[in-house]
Every structure is written in structure tokens, then in C-alpha cells.
Design a protein around this ligand. Structure first.
Ligand code: 5RP
Length: 234
């Protein structure tokens, strides 16, 4: 019998709870990662039971899973509205007293450019996470998708800004990770990030950066799966 670890169970709970928000006729942004995969599977099950929705995938990975579970797909160009986007996160600020409450770091799956496009276009953006993702402030490394020719000059600029960039390598060490858009990823350590909005603006201004993984003021709600429940953070 297949057993599920605590984190997987929490991810499943969060993903399945988010999928319950999907209504007939919705256009749904389909995020990337292991937590969102549970939401995509649950939406697929609802489609099999007659729910009519269209999905917009944010990566090759989420596209493949959506096709596998039978979710009809569309594109941003073909629709007027994206009703809902469901997506995971690598870190989420969970401090209602902080001006950064709800800010995210994304891009662990190197899909943050398309994720940001789709999540930002959605009327409602639902984040799905397990408790290990919650933090008082952002402090993980920030992924930057960069044009291949630009990775060394962007890395120099990041060092000038006080950051420590690392070119992301493929798991098999066979070369760099290449994104769905044919670009590279620099993971940039900045230490604790007190003002994600300010850092986001600086990173967006660096030539050669296609997109960074800071998502500020985008999320509407976070569903945090726990061992036996789902906590809602707004
Ligand atoms: C991909 C992402 C993912 O949403 C993020 O890495 C979380 O993944 P997981 O749910 O597997 O922990 O940003 O670019």
C-alpha cells in the first residue's frame, strides 16, 4: 500500500481544498509543483464528473498533468478572464502585522515567469502550501530567470547589490537548468528580505532578467494544509 508522508498529506489537503473553489465555466490558472499537482488532479476528477472548466497551464509539467487528468486547456490570448489561479510557493510571509504579509518566493520549479503571468492575470489567486513554507519574512534565495547570454552580467549586478548568485544546475549535474522559455536560472541569496517590494523593483530593472521569483501583493488567500486540517490565511 502506498503511504503518504506528513508533508505530502498536508500538500494534498491544501491542493484539494483549493480545487473546491473551482466552479463550472471557470478558466483556471494551473500552477506548477507538487502541491498544485494535487489541485490539478482534483480538478481533473471534477471534470470527469461533469464540471466544465478550462485550464491555463504555467509550465510543461502542469500542462502534461492537466492533459493526463483530462482538463481541457486554453491560452491567455484566447480568454477574456482568468477566474482563478491555484499555485504553490517556496516561501510565504505569514505575519498579518507585516506590510509584506502574503508576499511569496516562487520559482523552485523554474516556472515563475509564466506562473507570475497567469497568477497576476487571475481575478483570484489562491496559494497552496504546507506549514514548512510559512515564515515571518522572506529569506530563501530568489530565483531569477535570465537570458542565457546575460547570466554572467546579471550575476555581477547581483553581487553589486549585495546578493550571492548561483547558476541553477540540473539534478544530474549535466549542465544548467533550462526553463520552458529556453532561459537560465540564477538563485540569488540576499539574506532576510525586509522589503520585498523594493527588492522586486530593483531586480525588475536589471537588464537580462526576464522575471524574478518575488510575488508581492498578488496572492488573495493561502491554504495551508496541516496534518488534519486546512488553515486559511488571508
Ligand atoms: C515552481 C514553483 C512551485 O510552486 C514552488 O516551487 C512550490 O513547489 P512545491 O509545491 O512542489 O513545494 O514556484 O516554479
Amino acid at each position: 500500500m502506498k503511504t503518504e508522508g506528513g508533508t505530502d498529506a498536508a500538500k494534498r489537503r491544501a491542493g484539494e481544498r483549493a480545487a473546491e473553489e473551482v466552479e463550472g465555466g471557470d478558466v483556471v490558472g494551473l500552477g506548477t509543483g507538487s502541491t498544485t499537482a494535487y489541485a490539478i488532479e482534483a480538478i481533473g476528477e471534477a471534470v470527469a464528473n461533469g464540471l466544465e472548466v478550462q485550464g491555463i497551464p504555467t509550465s510543461f509539467q502542469s500542462r502534461q498533468l492537466a492533459l493526463e487528468v483530462g482538463i481541457p486547456l486554453t491560452t491567455l490570448e484566447a480568454v477574456d478572464t482568468v477566474d482563478l489561479a491555484i499555485d504553490g510557493a517556496d516561501q510565504v510571509v505569514d505575519d498579518p502585522d507585516s506590510s509584506a504579509h502574503g508576499a511569496l518566493i516562487k520559482g523552485g520549479g523554474a516556472a515563475h515567469t509564466r506562473e507570475k503571468l497567469v497568477d497576476a492575470a487571475a481575478e483570484r489567486f489562491v496559494v497552496v502550501a504546507d506549514p514548512s513554507k510559512l515564515a515571518d519574512r522572506l529569506e530563501r534565495s530568489v530565483p531569477l530567470e535570465v537570458l542565457p547570454d546575460a547570466h554572467t552580467v546579471v550575476a555581477d549586478r547581483i553581487r553589486d547589490l549585495g546578493g550571492e548568485p548561483t547558476l541553477r544546475e540540473a539534478a544530474n549535474k549535466d549542465g544548467p537548468v533550462v526553463t520552458d522559455n529556453g532561459n537560465l536560472v540564477l538563485d540569488c541569496e540576499f539574506g532576510p528580505i525586509d522589503d520585498p517590494d523594493e527588492l522586486a523593483a530593483v531586480l525588475s530593472s536589471v537588464p537580462g532578467v526576464v522575471e524574478h521569483g518575488l510575488f508581492v501583493d498578488l496572492a488573495d488567500v493561502t491554504y495551508v494544509g496541516t496534518d488534519d486540517n486546512v488553515a486559511i490565511r488571508e
